[in-house]
Design a protein around this ligand. Structure first.
Ligand code: GLN
Length: 188
């Protein structure tokens, strides 16, 4: 059977992910409500956007716990930016409900709110790629067993914890397949 990836499509930059995965021959379906989630899937994308809004919608739609359960059960997941924030186990203040499945500590809006958007080039798992940061978080520290995949200006901006992959930057905005090829290897 072909591979099918669920793309959380409540808010934010989800269409761009579908385009890049489509170019790799991977089928996507959008998750907008609870019943969408029941479809068979090989992985999940949690896009960038506004993590507080996504959190509220996840709770209101009854999606927070079912998604959390499948991630803890081993479903491959890739979170970008707001998605990273939702996956992180630890965040200072922790003012809103998150999936909290990945053993990392995140700092939200870590580059400041106004001047927080910029482009950089950096190494991702050993390959030089373009990186777009938009009011991005970074990872302050990682727990045992978490692999650091990118460090830019001394800050961790990509990591993997078993079935969970996160980037603080937005690979979907740079038309660069490197991170998607990496994610695709996680679900075989
Ligand atoms: N600053 C946003 C948040 O806290 C994340 C920004 C993004 O996803 N581009 O949710």
């Amino acid at each position: 059977m072909g591979r099918r990836i669920a793309v959380l499509s409540l808010q934010g930059a989800f269409v761009e992910h579908e385009k890049l995965l489509g170019e790799l021959g991977i089928t996507c379906f959008e998750v907008r409500q609870r019943k969408d989630w029941n479809q068979p899937k090989n992985g999940l994308i949690i896009p960038g956007g506004e993590s507080t809004t996504q959190s509220k919608l996840l709770v209101d739609l009854g999606l927070m716990d079912p998604i959390k359960d499948e991630i803890l059960g081993g479903l491959p997941v890739f979170g970008t930016c707001a998605g990273l924030i939702l996956l992180a186990k630890n965040m200072e203040g922790s003012p809103f409900k998150r999936l909290s499945t990945m053993n990392i500590s995140v700092r939200r809006n870590a580059y400041g709110r106004q001047l927080g958007s910029f482009h950089a080039r950096g190494s991702f798992a050993g390959q030089d790629i373009p990186m777009t940061f938009i009011r991005a978080p970074y990872i302050e520290s990682v727990g045992a067993g978490v692999e650091v995949l990118s460090v830019v200006d001394g800050h961790i901006v990509a990591a993997r914890d078993g079935n969970q992959l996160v980037t603080a930057f937005h690979p979907e905005l740079d038309d660069c397949q490197v991170v998607y090829e990496y994610f695709a290897r996680m679900f075989g």
